[in-house]
Write a protein that binds this ligand. Structure first.
Ligand code: TMP
Length: 235
């Protein structure tokens, strides 16, 4: 499949058209941002790791009954995906208090929940991706009740799968962000990426952070953490 014109450049990926109107090519960059683009940097090799990890996890999730946009890995940074119209929600699943949840409720990071939490943020950089109630999703017509129910079911299914996947590899899945899209016929599928950019992953034995928080919080060893989590993926 040939890459045609660039349609879009995001913070971490570029999107290209192909000769098939239903298929796109995404190209993963090493660019990293945090705090809604306020902090900028480069994580050398990140694009390759995120591309490979996301594709590997999405192909396993497909087999587990979660439809995704993934079609075929074309090269170390490029992947053929189904064209979707993105539902403008960041779907965040949490197993352990961290990040904005810990801050909002005045908690130390690390408290495990009795059951996973699913929350939505409105995907809107200008507004800083504000947290959103289900009724607000419906009020703004961002998704139907049926679609949101499907999204929640898939999000919890992804969580159950990834939690045990990472646990077997000595890694605690703390939380993660998903995005969903609609195919031309309206089918909801998992889109965007699943990577150390979009998940909190802690070493089970040491608690060491093996994700983008090393970049967000200036903890050092960013590239090494991405390489280590990639090694664990295939372990
Ligand atoms: P949070 O605790 O900052 O709300 O983040 C929850 C999870 O979502 C965490 O795994 C990081 C991920 N995330 C993104 O992928 N993109 C974002 O823009 C933000 C804010 C978080």
């Amino acid at each position: 499949m040939e890459k045609k014109e660039q349609l879009y450049e995001g913070k971490a990926k570029k999107v290209f058209a192909t000769e098939d109107p239903q298929l796109l090519i995404v190209s993963y960059k090493d660019d990293a941002t945090a705090f809604n683009g306020l902090k900028k940097g480069t994580i050398s090799g990140k694009g390759v790791i995120n591309n490979r990890m996301s594709n590997y996890l999405m192909s396993l999730l497909e087999k587990d009954g979660v439809p995704t946009h993934f079609v075929e890995e074309l090269s170390e940074r490029e992947t053929l995906v189904k064209k979707v119209s993105i539902v403008p929600l960041e779907v965040i699943v949490r197993n352990i208090a961290a990040g904005s949840f810990a801050k909002r409720y005045g908690l130390e990071e690390g408290r495990a929940f009795a059951q996973p939490s699913v929350e939505f943020s409105y995907k809107n950089d200008a507004l800083g991706d504000p947290l959103m109630a289900d009724s607000h999703v419906f009020a703004l017509g961002l998704a139907s009740q049926e679609e949101l129910a499907i999204i929640k079911t898939y999000a919890l299914k992804v969580n159950a799968f990834l939690k045990s996947f990472w646990d077997e590899r000595g890694v605690t899945l703390v939380d993660f962000k998903l995005e969903f899209g609609r195919l031309a016929d309206g089918t909801i599928v998992l889109a965007d990426e699943i990577s150390p950019d979009t998940c909190r992953l802690w070493d089970k034995a040491t608690g060491e952070k093996l994700d983008k928080d090393r970049f967000r919080r200036d903890l050092g060893g960013v590239e090494e953490a991405y390489e280590e989590i990639m090694r664990r993926l295939k372990a």
